[in-house]
Ligand binder design. Structure first.
Ligand code: HEC
Ligand code: HEC
Ligand code: HEC
Ligand code: HEC
Length: 445
């Protein structure tokens, strides 16, 4: 839960608060950029050719200064607004009865830097898509301090820049659009209208964005730099907490008199009746009852097994209790509270412990064991496990913890996991479990 002092709210996770409260506040996340009430100056301000849109790297500059060019050319956030006007965007809008997706707040909240008109500076343009200030915070709050020669990462943060370097804050930021939250809502109606199903893994998506910064030795000297493993863990923890909030908040949990099905396992309903003669319900759950998408809660059992083993069965049992209590508001609230306590305990254990060489491999192996035990794994949890396995093992490889030949074999086995996962239509749980068992054999050597 958040612990926040009033002065900290104003200083927006300021330097002062960080110094005063130290790591006690490390888990806290300041208000997200788009929820701030400062002025947004637009991509043309941050990314002008004199600033972060320079054609050439600056001499003596520590940062690239061509971030805008990378974003323009390679980052799909730059096309996010254009997607609303595309054939696919307009088809979704038409199915929802919206006149024009490029004007619809229910789309713009995620596909642009959507802030009230009064907060938009003269160079701000909504059609720039998900711009710099969607992630780095409103320029109006920090630009003056930022352009001083004395400007440093900590002084920028103190002036109101969003702490994208902090794994928890970054996870909250990305997931606000990639999983949705109270302000940015993805609904089963939007899915039904043809929107791609949202999925996310923080480290993979951070790399795929792609980076417009160079995390070299100089960068690590200037800024706190999270490892791939820390980003993965922070992303799963945040996704799990966000899921519990979505299910527990009456406004997000329901669509009129029905539950909000965007949070539910799609295949509970979307499969041909009698399709699979070997069908059985998931361990501990009831046949024929819709269940939540619990992918992050499943993935975190790989983490607990390494970081705090006593929490592994607790997490499994409490997740099942929640799955069985979805229709009973009092029991559901109690199950959510219990899970939040377990996640807080996991978070505390994770912080109390320094990352150790081989953590990624050990968590991957614990995930493999979980996949073997939790059959049949629904598609969304299997997809989450596959993304986790590839992130964790690639990070181990980058840290030089595999002999070259070993990683070639591990990578082949990972390819086979993805092939067995397939997509929503072709997924067969037994094939995935076999591929994961084969991967585990490689890791056991
Ligand atoms: C304001 C909402 C918003 C925030 C915040 C946000 N994204 Fe996105 N992201 C989007 C939208 C919308 C798209 C789809 C863009 C399109 O193609 O239309 C997207 C697309 C992506 C893609 C491309 C996915 C693909 O399949 O091609 C990646 C990777 C990505 N985001 C990573 C991130 C990361 C990492 C963060 C946090 C640092 C983040 N996003 C924060 C809205 C957001
Ligand atoms: C909760 C945030 C959110 C909301 C609300 C939202 N989107 Fe998206 N949308 C995304 C993200 C994130 C992606 C990228 C998904 C990925 O690839 O992982 C995306 C992808 C898309 C794409 C596919 C883009 C491509 O080129 O692949 C279209 C089209 C789209 N959205 C249209 C819409 C429309 C129209 C609305 C309003 C009815 C809308 N979206 C509402 C977050 C959102
Ligand atoms: C989807 C979120 C997102 C968007 C959009 C985005 N950034 Fe970033 N940016 C990040 C993340 C995450 C990092 C890495 C963490 C950090 O260094 O703060 C980063 C890092 C940076 C850095 C630090 C480089 C360094 O070496 O210290 C600069 C400068 C930067 N971004 C500028 C921009 C500019 C300019 C734009 C717009 C053209 C932009 N960013 C758009 C998320 C984003
Ligand atoms: C509790 C049952 C249930 C769950 C869970 C559920 N849906 Fe649906 N879905 C429906 C119903 C009912 C319809 C309307 C059927 C129709 O239009 O013929 C529908 C329609 C759709 C459609 C449009 C019609 C189609 O078949 O293409 C899409 C797309 C869709 N759902 C996607 C999803 C996704 C993605 C998820 C998981 C995040 C999901 N649904 C979860 C019951 C469900």
């Amino acid at each position: 839960m958040r612990t926040r002092l009033p002065t900290c709210v104003r200083a927006a996770f300021g330097l002062l608060c960080a110094l005063l409260l130290g790591s006690a506040l490390a888990a806290d996340v300041p208000p997200l950029p788009a929820d701030r009430d400062a002025r947004f100056l637009g991509v043309d301000t941050c990314g002008s050719s004199e600033c972060h849109g320079s054609a050439e790297p600056w001499r003596n500059a520590t940062v690239l200064m061509r971030e805008r060019r990378i974003w323009d050319a390679h980052d799909s956030h730059a096309k996010a607004y254009a997607s609303l006007g595309s054939d696919a965007g307009q088809r979704i809008a038409k199915n929802l009865g919206l006149a024009d997706a490029t004007q619809a707040p229910e789309c713009l909240v995620c596909h642009s830097t959507y802030v009230p008109a009064a907060q938009r500076g003269p160079k701000f343009r909504l059609d720039a898509g998900v711009g710099c200030e969607s992630c780095h915070g409103p320029g109006g709050s920090f630009l003056r301090a930022h352009v001083q020669v004395t400007s440093r990462h900590q002084t920028n943060i103190a002036a109101g820049m969003f702490p994208t370097t902090n794994p928890e804050a970054r996870a909250a930021l990305c997931l606000s659009c990639h999983q949705g939250d109270a302000t940015r809502r993805i609904t089963h109606r939007i899915y039904g209208a043809g929107h791609p199903r949202l999925r996310f893994e923080l480290d993979t998506y951070s790399v795929n964005q792609p980076y417009h910064f160079n995390p070299d030795a100089d960068y690590r000297r200037r800024k706190p730099t999270a490892s791939h493993f820390q980003l993965w863990a922070a992303g799963q923890l945040r996704a799990a907490r966000a899921l519990l909030t979505q299910v527990g908040d009456p406004k997000q949990a329901s669509a009129g008199i029905f539950p909000e099905l965007a949070q539910y396992d799609c295949h509970a309903c979307h499969q041909a009746i009698g399709d699979d003669p070997g069908y059985k319900p998931r361990p501990g759950l009831r046949a024929g009852a819709p269940t939540l998408i619990d992918a992050p809660l499943v993935a975190l059992r790989g983490l607990t097994a390494v970081v705090d083993p006593a929490l592994t069965d607790r997490l499994r049992d409490e997740t099942r209790t929640l799955q069985l209590a979805l229709n009973d508001p009092a029991k559901r609230a109690a199950a959510i509270a219990a899970l939040n306590r377990t996640l807080a305990a996991l978070d505390a254990s994770l912080r109390a412990r320094a990352e150790q060489a081989g953590d990624g491999r050990h968590v991957a192996r614990a995930l493999n064991a979980m996949v073997a035990a939790e059959r049949p794994l629904p598609f969304t949890a299997a997809e989450g496990a596959a993304m986790s396995l590839s992130t964790l093992l690639l990070a181990e490889h980058e840290a030089g913890r595999f002999a070259d030949g070993d990683y070639v074999r591990v990578n082949k086995a990972l390819d086979a996991v993805y092939a067995a996962l397939g997509d929503e239509r072709t997924y067969r749980p037994a094939a995935l479990a076999d591929a994961v068992a084969a991967l585990d054999q490689e890791l056991a050597q």
